[in-house]
Design a protein around this ligand. Sequence first.
Ligand code: GUN
Ligand code: FE
Length: 431
Amino acid sequence: PAEPTPPDSYALRGCIVSFDAEDDTPTVFDDGAVVVSRGRIAAVGPAALLDAHPGIETLDHRGRLILPGFIDTHAHYVQTQVIGSYGKQLLDWLGGYVFPEEARAADPAHAATLAGFFLDELLRNGTTSVCAYSSVHAAAADALFAAAASRGMRLISGKTMMDRNAPPELCDTAQTGAAESVALLSRWHGQGRAGYAITPRFAITSTPAQLEASAALVRAHPECWVQTHLSENHAEIATACGLYPEARDYTDIYDRHGLLTERTLLGHCIHLSDRELDVIARRRSVAVFCPTSNLFLGSGLFDLARMRAAGVRLSLATDIGGGTDYSMLRTAAEAYKILQLQGQSWPARAAFRLMTRGNAEALGLAGEIGRIAPGLAADLVVLDPRATPAMAHRADRPMRDLDETLFMLMTMGDDRAVAETIVGGRRVARH
Ligand code: GUN
Ligand code: FE
């Protein structure tokens, strides 16, 4: 599908926040401007730079914060109608709610409806890039890629592969799963803003033959990402290790199959040994922190300080629909509380860096997304610190500094705090 035509140049004016330094120190223009041209950022700086663009249309967001659009590194688009399904931990929740729900995505029209809702809801929440699982159905993956292309949105996705321990209608085989993945990646990887992720769901639902076939795909298509789940829940770990008795531990199941690369995204990573952390760090794979999901499913507390100390690359994600909220602000707020429970501090600047530049780096896309800098995609979110009565009341007490405003935004904010979302230069959501 053709990319949407970007509109002509225009500017945004407001407080601009982008993480351009190697540490968590943001670049801030209190009264700043961003010039957008042909879907990309053409210039950024103090508002005075607008003098060089006489007559340019300017969206006045003074009093608001303009940030790079948020990036969600792990979500399941076919689970949007099972969010908040009551009362079960991971394996029962998958069998009782998720698998029956994912079977419905066999209907391409239904899948298209889910895909459109999912992406629009992300955009409404200020998320402009997403790395998402599909269902096992190739047509459902097509539906999501098509929906993202029509919105000009950065998407990494792939058909989920499962060849055991799932209902028969949700199973492919090592051979058909790989063949369908190849057809999809040939169709979509590098088309517009799409990238393909080779997606064996997790060790429990793949036979050794399917993990081997996945590894062959990874070797043949090193440009693609890999996404799977690792070490989320104790029963899951015991089951996975029981199915792969030759593996030293859960991580070794993927590692011995050659699935840990620097393009591999490992959802959850909660209960890992030091040995496993060391392997993941050496392979340069990414541990994906999914706080609302980890709390909702009672999976455990992600130990961010330990991950960092081990040198593991990190990202942050919603994990819709084990995760309960589309908002990266809400996701960061829950991450903060998980870290609080472990005595770890996590300043707002670290959270906002991770939601933007950090997640872009985790995806290897720092040259395209995650910052407000010339040449990068014009993927932007505008946040209003006075969006709700409670926030406006809170903001009436003057903020000490930007960190305090950012922290209040992530603690109290949600979709209502998103004044506007821009993706590839297009104004796609406005409150
Ligand atoms: N592990 C394997 N599949 C899933 C899933 O869909 N959601 C979560 N949270 N964990 C998983
Ligand atoms: Fe997940």
